[in-house]
Design a protein around this ligand. Sequence first.
Ligand SMILES: [Zn+2]
Length: 419
Amino acid sequence: MKIDPELEQIRKMRGKDEVLAPNVLKIERSNPVAGPSGVVITEEGLVVVDTGMPQEGPDRVRRIREHMQAPFHTIIYSHGHGDHVGGIHAFIEDNEKKGYPVPRIIGHELVAKRFDKYRMLAGRRRYIGMLQFPTPEMLEASEGWQRNRREYQYVYPDTTFSSYMDFKLGGFTFQLFHAPAETDDTIWVWVPERKLAMLGDLLIGGCPNTGNPLKEQRYTLEWAEALEKIAEKQPDFIIAGPGALRGRLAVERCQKAARLLRFIQDEVVRLLNEGKWIEDILAEVKLPQDLAEDPWLQGTYGHPVFVIHDVYRRYTGWYDGNPGELFPSPSAEVAAEIIELVNPERLLERARQLQGNGSTQLALHVTDFVVKGCKDTKIFKEAMLLKAGLLEKRAGEVGNFIAGNIMRTSAALLRKDSS
Ligand SMILES: [Zn+2]
């Protein structure tokens, strides 16, 4: 993969706050997976887009206060993900402490439904949180993810809209556009006086994250359309996932990410219309070389394969093309039938051979027959440990944060279970 000096430079600025233009600040994250906050200083107070993770809120407020003491007039949620809305309490408390009014909070009308859903699925979210963002404490006990049950208190927007809203404040105009993308409640903010676009997670420093394996449906086509619309506005500044982008780079990055999303969208639709199922589609969709090699579009967090899944499941049911899988037997029973025919020691030996040949993925499949089919036997522990090692190796090979964490966390749990 090519090294892009501009990307490297922007990465260097991660963690550093920047004054992008008069009255425009980028306030950085202190958590490696959160996005920055955008701040516009108006004559009537501050407008802030995104507040960081819950634990980051106080630090973001402190950083903003190094520049300006004016009240927080309006806080905008780019979408309802926890690393964008979580820090809000610190902003409200700061206004309170200084005797300022409570800030107005703007979000898309679906943000409230998202918060309700998060509360409904709190246990599930802790579980997938452990898989995607594991910490040593979570792994300490297999049920560790169930600790810290204190529920986060969501602050719901008091001002919502459906497709578009705008407002003027203290010499600036704020135009808010709905753009289903990473979430159904995603919006982006345009400030024409500075040609500034604040994008939340619409742009990250890698492949856009549609089709996250742990999350619900996302919106590949609308995401492409939004990025195309943003590029048409020829922004001078973008504040988004990778940090702050300026001028030509800001426009180019939107265009290129949009191209990747549109390409996969069109390919999956074309193959669906040819009667293909997911396995064939995964094998057939190949990115054009310039997109595949683009340092800004690598599958380090989102992944092109995830995007394929996202488009596929949006337009199809869960059937995978094999009628034998419509009402399947438990996979352990299927594996036990294979074990009746093949010595499990032979299977593990073959898995190790495949591992040695660099066919880690195939080795995993072969090992799984033993893991699933040999419970309560002597060889089970050996198979679990082999699987753990294969998962750790595969995590390194795929080089994707989300898939890698799922594999590494699962490996840690397998090791724990087998000890
Ligand atoms: Zn997000």
